[in-house]
Design a protein around this ligand. Structure first.
Ligand code: HEC
Length: 119
C-alpha cells in the first residue's frame, strides 16, 4: 500500500470511529430518572439548596420551583422557570451560583431536572 493511501485509510478510520462514538454518546442518554437525580443533587446542590421549603440557604429553596411564577433574580432580571431556562441556568450558573457544566454530565443534568420536578 502506498504511504498516502495508508494515511488516508487511517484518517478515514479516525473519522468513522469519532462519528460512531458521538452517535453512541448521543443515543446513550437514558430517560431522565429522578432517583439518580436525587443522588446528583445530594452530591452537588444540597449544600446550597433546601428541598423541602422555598427559603434561602445559600441559594433559594427549590420546593415547588417549577410551579413558581416569574420572579426576579438578585441581579434584577426576570424569568420563567421553563426547562430550557433551568437547564441553561444550572449549566452556566450566575453571578451568585457556580456553573455546574464542568461537574455534571448531560445525563446527570437531565436526572437532576427530573428530581427537581418532584419537589
Ligand atoms: C455554592 C452554592 C450553590 C451550589 C453548589 C448550587 N447552587 Fe443553585 N443557586 C445558588 C445561588 C446563590 C442561587 C441564586 C442565584 C441568583 O439569584 O443569581 C442559585 C439558584 C439556583 C436555581 C434558581 C434559578 C432561578 O433564579 O430561577 C436553581 C434551579 C438552582 N440554583 C439549581 C441548582 C442545582 C440543580 C445545583 C446542583 C447541580 C445547584 N443549584 C448548585 C447557589 C448554589
Amino acid at each position: 500500500m502506498k504511504r498516502s493511501t495508508m494515511l488516508l485509510a487511517v484518517c478515514g478510520a479516525v473519522v468513522v470511529s469519532a462519528a460512531t462514538y458521538y452517535g453512541v454518546a448521543r443515543r446513550g442518554l437514558q430517560p431522565a430518572d429522578a432517583t439518580r437525580g436525587r443522588q446528583v443533587f445530594d452530591a452537588r446542590c444540597w449544600v446550597c439548596h433546601e428541598t423541602d421549603n422555598e427559603g434561602y440557604r445559600i441559594g433559594p429553596g427549590l420546593q415547588n420551583y417549577f410551579q413558581r411564577s416569574p420572579h426576579q433574580q438578585k441581579n434584577g432580571s426576570e424569568h420563567e422557570h421553563t426547562d430550557e431556562f433551568v437547564r441553561e441556568f444550572i449549566r452556566n450558573g450566575s453571578m451568585n451560583m457556580p456553573a455546574q457544566k464542568d461537574f455534571i454530565s448531560r445525563q446527570e443534568l437531565a436526572d437532576v431536572m427530573a428530581y427537581l420536578k418532584t419537589l
